[in-house]
Design a protein around this ligand. Structure first.
Ligand code: GLV
Ligand code: MG
Length: 315
């Protein structure tokens, strides 16, 4: 899977911001035709996006375009123009405000037709599905399995808060008056379970107070702790915080690699074919190996390198 610790939102109508995004260290860039692009600017933005994708310079970043949702009049032209024009230089289409599995199937069908017409590999372009209202959340399991193209399920907190009438205007922070836990816990967990059940990534949405990097870290830290793979970033100042928050800590990465090496050795002939063994003061078994694989996978995807590797005890 592609790393998506930081998913940078860039208005598709701003050539200046698109050019700047090329040089930033976000894992993913998404060029937006939806809410960061005014209705009158959408037709021009489609052309700007096609040119920017074809120009290249996105080295290693996942290249994504967010189209408008299916209840608008813009979606089909967004998809046709962008994918016909730049499908070979595009990794995923992000579909906002997804409410039903059928909306994903419709996008899948349209993508397949364009891929066939243009001679692209059929099925290569992925789909990122944004959950932004109660109906989408209720249907999230079916949405996650609606097409093999689905690569991520994304929480869209701003639209979601509006759609459920949450009594707050500050995205990501707790609504005033709710003092008994995390008001977003259920939504985040629901999305995470739907994603994990079918092995797709779970991505947290934006934090709008872009000058408050500590606030970003706090909110990102919550979804990262649950198991989310990454979060949107709206400003260059949020990128390092996202990359750090969604990577393992160095000591956890080193520990995970040591568990994997030690467990492999202890279960081998030389190590005594043991299913449970001691690593320092800690007992490790097959479940420890599975947990370690998650942390080591995230660390390796983030390009981390390891300190103090474990070595087998002297014979
Ligand atoms: C993102 O699209 C959001 O609504 O939070
Ligand atoms: Mg939204």
């Amino acid at each position: 899977m592609r790393p998506r610790r930081s998913c940078l939102a860039v208005p598709g109508s701003s050539l200046k911001m698109i050019d700047k995004a090329r040089g930033l260290h976000a894992d993913q860039v998404f060029l937006d035709l939806e809410d960061a692009c005014a209705p009158l600017a959408k037709p021009g933005a489609r052309k700007t996006i096609v040119a920017a994708l074809n120009e290249g310079g996105w080295d290693g970043k996942a290249r994504v375009v967010r189209v408008n949702d299916w209840t608008t009049e813009w979606t089909y032209r967004d998809v046709v123009e962008v994918v016909e024009g730049a499908g070979a230089n595009l990794d995923c289409i992000m579909l906002p405000k997804v409410q039903t599995a059928e909306q994903v199937v419709t996008l899948d069908t349209l993508l397949s037709q364009i891929e066939k017409t243009m001679g692209y590999e059929v099925g290569r372009i992925g789909i990122e599905a944004q959950i932004e209202n109660a109906k989408g959340l209720v249907n999230v399991d079916a949405i996650a399995t609606a097409s093999p193209r689905v690569e991520t399920i994304i929480f869209g907190p701003a639209d979601f808060m509006a759609s459920i009438n949450m009594k707050s205007l500050v995205v990501g922070e707790q609504p005033p008056g709710y003092d008994v836990g995390d008001a977003y816990h259920y939504i985040l967990m629901r999305i995470l379970m739907a994603a994990r059940a079918v092995d797709v990534q779970a991505i947290d949405g934006p934090y709008l107070q872009i000058r408050d990097v500590d606030g970003f870290r706090r909110v990102a830290g919550r979804s990262a702790a649950l198991g989310f793979d990454g979060k949107w970033v709206l400003h260059p100042g949020q990128i390092d915080a996202a990359n750090e928050t969604f990577s393992p800590r160095q000591e956890d990465y080193d520990h995970a690699e040591n568990i994997l090496d030690a467990y492999e050795w202890y279960t081998s002939e030389a190590g005594g074919k043991r299913g449970a063994a001691m690593l320092g003061d800690e007992m490790i078994d097959e479940a420890s190996r599975k947990m370690a694989l998650v942390i080591s996978g995230k660390g390796r995807a983030a390009g981390m390198s390891r300190n103090d590797p474990w070595t087998p005890p002297e014979a």
